[in-house]
Every structure is written in structure tokens, then in C-alpha cells.
Ligand binder design. Structure first.
Ligand SMILES: Nc1ncnc2c1ncn2[C@@H]1O[C@H](COP(=O)(O)OP(=O)(O)OP(=O)(O)O)[C@@H](O)[C@H]1O
Length: 268
């Protein structure tokens, strides 16, 4: 018997406003994510990636279609789902220490002091910040602040981690380190991750599968398997002929003229 996917997105549509000012951001989005899979969602700027993630996380109701998480329809923010946002500076509490920020969402879980402390310590060590627990966000670099946001999500031990362009405003070198951190924690915690990005290299480097979105009105153009070997390496993996071919395939799809993209969706 096949088990239900961790996350299932079926014929999702979303239109903002109505009448003559109606804007269809998402026209037809269908894909699923199996337990333990890392799926990246890539699409051009403004194609509705944030709208999609807000709907997946239950923060926003779609105007059509369905999302289910662990076999149950998502009608509000489901327990067991955590999100890491692009804007790390605004997602951390400046008046709380690093440890305080990681601890904060755990109060809903009523874990007890010892288990809470254990999770805070373990997740800070997973992101390499064990020596910075008592600092405040303003004392950390942007990359370190985003590590705190990741540690906070890990401590919660979510069934699915949703990441919304989390490294978009981080410098290139730190970004590569954080991409490798995502692969490391994914391995260590056997996590299911949906990673939204507009960066084609990043989408291929991280993923088991890439969901490629068209420009608006947005559809899934195709889903591409990424059978690149693990562990991945920023230099060696990106030199592989398979990597170059995959990134070329995604780039060609995303850069096709919009009339062609919307008139003739590709499916596999
Ligand atoms: N609350 C809203 N009301 C009306 N239109 C909206 C609203 N939120 C988003 N939109 C529109 O929906 C479309 C998709 O926006 P969204 O932010 O989801 O895209 P995105 O792919 O995340 O963009 P970017 O790549 O620039 O971050 C855009 O045209 C945007 O202007």
C-alpha cells in the first residue's frame, strides 16, 4: 500500500482581488513531496512563490484547489510545519538572545525544561552557533542570524520545513555555506524540505526534485529529477556534466518567452 505524501498540492489556484482588477497569481499548481524529500520550487520573479508558500503553511487560504499535510487538508497553520523566511532580520526578536529566540516557539510544545534545553543546545550546535547562545541578533552577521532562524525551525522538529528564498539577501560565499548547512541538517534530521528560490544553481544543487514554475498566471511547467550523487560539493558537484545539463534545462524553461510558457505547459 502506498503511503500518503507528506505534502500534497492539488490544482491550486489563487486570484487576488476581483472584477477588472483581479490578478491570477497561481493558475494551476499540482505537485507532491514525499517524506524525507528535498524539493526545490523555482520560478521567475513575481510568479507567486511567496503566495504559494503562504498557502502551503496555512497562513493564506487559496481561492481554489487543495493542500494536504500528512494526509489532512490544510485549513490553518498546521502543527508540525515550520518556515524560514528571507527576511531574517525581521524574523528574530532583537530583545531575545540567540538561545531565547530558538527557545521561544517551543513553549507551545510543553516539553519540560530539560528537553527544551536539550533541543536548543542540539539545534544551535547543528548550525555551528553553540558558542553564541548568549549573544543578541544585532551582535551577529546576516549569515549567522539566518543560522539562528534555521536552528529555531530545527528545534521545533517539524514534519516539513518550508524555506522562502532564505539566502536571497546573503553574500555569495556565506550563501554557499548555508546551502551546505541545509544539506547537512537535512541528512542529520532526515527532514522533508520545500525550498523556494529564484536561483537556478541553488535549486538544482540542493534538490532531489525541482518543480519549475512559469511566469504568471503561474503553472507547474515540469518537475525534474536530480539524480546527482551525495554528499554534494559546491565545486565538484557543479563541475559534473549532469549538473550543467540540469541547470541548463531549468534555465531554458524559465527564460522562455512568457507567451510560449503559458500557452503550452510541459508535463512529465
Ligand atoms: N496581497 C496581495 N494583493 C494583491 N496582489 C498581490 C498580493 N500579494 C501578492 N500579490 C501579487 O501576486 C503576484 C505574486 O506575488 P508573490 O509575492 O507571491 O511572488 P514571488 O514569486 O514571491 O515574487 P518575488 O520573486 O518578487 O519575491 C505579484 O504580481 C504580486 O504583486
Amino acid at each position: 500500500m502506498r503511503t500518503a505524501p507528506m505534502l500534497d498540492v492539488s490544482s491550486l489556484t489563487h486570484t487576488y482581488g476581483g472584477g477588472t482588477t483581479a490578478h491570477t497569481a497561481l493558475a494551476d499548481i499540482t505537485f507532491s513531496v514525499a517524506e524525507g524529500e528535498l524539493v526545490s520550487v523555482v520560478g521567475p520573479s513575481g510568479c507567486g512563490k511567496t503566495t504559494l508558500l503562504r498557502i502551503l503553511s496555512g497562513l493564506q487560504r487559496p481561492t481554489g484547489g487543495e493542500v494536504s499535510f500528512q494526509g489532512r487538508p490544510v485549513t490553518g497553520v498546521p502543527e508540525g510545519l515550520a518556515m524560514v523566511f528571507q527576511d531574517y532580520a525581521r524574523s528574530l526578536y532583537p530583545w531575545q538572545t540567540v538561545a531565547g529566540n530558538v527557545r521561544f516557539p517551543l513553549r507551545h510544545l510543553r516539553l519540560g525544561r530539560a528537553e527544551t534545553d536539550r533541543r536548543v543546545h542540539e539545534s544551535l550546535s547543528a548550525v555551528g552557533l553553540e558558542g553564541h547562545a548568549g549573544k543578541y541578533p544585532s551582535q551577529l552577521s546576516g549569515g549567522m542570524q539566518q543560522r539562528v532562524a534555521i536552528a529555531r525551525a530545527l528545534a521545533y522538529q517539524p514534519g516539513v520545513l518550508l524555506m522562502d528564498e532564505p539566502f536571497a539577501s546573503i553574500d555569495a560565499q556565506t550563501r554557499e555555506d548555508l546551502e551546505d548547512l541545509v544539506l547537512h541538517v537535512r541528512e542529520r534530521y532526515a527532514m522533508t524540505i520545500v525550498f523556494v528560490t529564484h536561483d537556478i544553481d541553488e535549486s538544482v544543487y540542493l534538490a532531489d526534485r525541482v518543480v519549475v514554475l512559469s511566469g504568471p498566471p503561474t503553472r507547474v511547467m515540469t518537475t525534474i529529477d536530480v539524480p546527482l550523487p551525495h554528499p554534494r560539493d559546491q565545486i565538484e558537484t557543479k563541475e559534473l556534466r549532469e549538473f550543467v545539463a540540469l541547470r541548463g534545462e531549468v534555465a531554458r524553461l524559465i527564460r522562455r518567452p512568457s507567451t510560449e510558457r503559458t500557452a503550452e505547459p510541459i508535463s512529465r
